[in-house]
Design a protein around this ligand. Structure first.
Ligand SMILES: [Fe+2]
Length: 136
């Protein structure tokens, strides 16, 4: 007997695999940023890594948002707003570093670290649990 797998389930499983991989990549990028701010580095090295992180975060958010929209996810707008606020904040940090208005790189790293933890608790855990229900 063949097992029938519905397209939405395949999509949900694929999403969960992608998100898990992207979260691991984000952790690696954050660890790199942390090591640059903890062990001292040139500001331009830090700025480069921060911009790499911004690019990756932006693509990651787009993945989550596309999915939430496809599944008419209830928390979509709030979740998306939280993403946009964070991206704006990161862009401001990046500009402030370029303009010399932000010199304490640890402050930036700590904010990012804290934001990821809080976002996970407030939004991503619920989204992943929703997708897990769709997948099984
Ligand atoms: Fe998210």
């Amino acid at each position: 007997m063949e097992i029938e797998i519905l397209p939405t389930k395949v999509f949900a499983l694929d999403f969960l695999a992608n998100i898990t991989a992207q979260h691991s990549e984000l952790e690696l990028k954050l660890t790199k940023l942390k090591s640059l701010s903890l062990y001292g580095s040139e500001t331009r090295q830090y700025l480069f890594q921060l911009n790499v992180l911004i690019g990756y975060v932006s693509a990651h958010f787009a993945t989550e948002e596309k999915l939430m929209q496809n599944f008419d996810y209830q928390m979509f707008l709030k979740h998306k707003q939280n993403h946009s606020d964070f991206l704006n904040k990161l862009t401001n940090f990046s500009n402030d570093i370029v303009e010399g208005k932000m010199t304490n790189l640890n402050t930036v790293t700590t904010f990012i670290e804290f934001w990821f933890e809080k976002h996970d608790l407030d939004f991503d855990i619920a989204l992943e649990s929703f997708m897990t229900k769709v997948a099984v």
